[in-house]
Design a protein around this ligand. Structure first.
Ligand code: 8X3
Length: 248
């Protein structure tokens, strides 16, 4: 029987690269997204092993019906990859509007919790696994990223707490915490400014979506007795700066 991975935010970046990786290894993929054209393209590319699902992470009322409408062969879920997420345009909170922050919290936090709750019975049935996409921002704060960093710290701690709740079920939970990965993520963060996005990645050899997909594959295929709690990854060129000190 083929294993099944459920991937949120499959239409770009890490989600799409992971879908390709798992299909190439013989898994079935249920992939969610909001963009019909992108889902259709992936379905054409990945064929019979890919089930596209239109789903907006900000509409949790849709999650139960979407799960219940899955075709029989996709009913069992071995792995949930909570990948859908975004960062608002970089801005100090005192200069930010509320709406973009709500989108981030609804997607990265509320939607992720609701979807995980919805799929947990299926994951428990299969002694499956959950892999959550957090970020180095969960641990290392930076200016202009308070809400994003807070949402990713939530994701990390949510996963650790979930491990406690799931004790004895055999379900594993892992937090993947990347630094700079070159994907559309940064285009969203820069408000769609391609040159600003390109400048962020210029001359620094960022990680690729494929790098993260390979890491996810490694975590997902470890023996069942082994749980990776968290993995932090950065490009070699990325490290930390010191504390900022404001002097009056
Ligand atoms: C984003 C990580 O390092 O690009 O999740 O800000 S970083």
């Amino acid at each position: 029987m083929n294993k099944t991975v459920f991937i949120t935010g499959v239409t770009a970046g890490i989600g799409a690269a992971t879908a390709r990786k798992f299909v190439s290894e013989g898994w079935q993929v249920v992939g969610t997204g909001r963009r019909r054209d992108r889902l259709d393209e992936l379905a054409t590319e990945l064929g019979d092993f890919f089930y596209p699902m239109m789903l907006d992470m900000r509409c949790p009322d849709d999650f139960g019906p979407a799960r219940d409408a899955l075709p029989e062969r996709y009913r069992g879920i071995d792995l949930l990859l909570n990948n859908a997420g975004l960062a608002p345009p970089m801005s100090n909170l005192q200069d930010a509007g509320q709406e973009p922050l709500d989108v981030v919290i609804d997607t990265n936090v509320t939607g992720l919790v609701a979807l995980t709750r919805t799929l947990l019975p299926r994951l428990i049935e299969r002694k499956g696994a959950i892999i959550n996409l957090s970020s180095v921002a969960a641990t290392y704060p930076y200016r202009g990223g308070a809400v994003y960093a807070g949402s990713k710290a939530f994701v990390r701690q949510f996963g650790l707490g979930l491990r406690c709740d799931l004790a004895g079920t055999g379900v594993r939970v892992t937090s993947i915490e990347p630094g700079m990965v070159e994907t559309e993520f940064t285009l969203v963060r820069t408000g769609g400014d391609q040159s600003a996005s390109d400048a962020l990645y210029a001359n620094m050899d960022p990680m690729t979506a494929q790098d993260i997909a390979e890491t996810i594959w490694w975590v997902a295929t470890l023996p069942p007795h082994l749980n990776i709690n968290a993995i932090e990854l950065m490009p070699t060129t990325q490290s930390w700066a010191g504390f900022a000190v404001h002097r009056h």
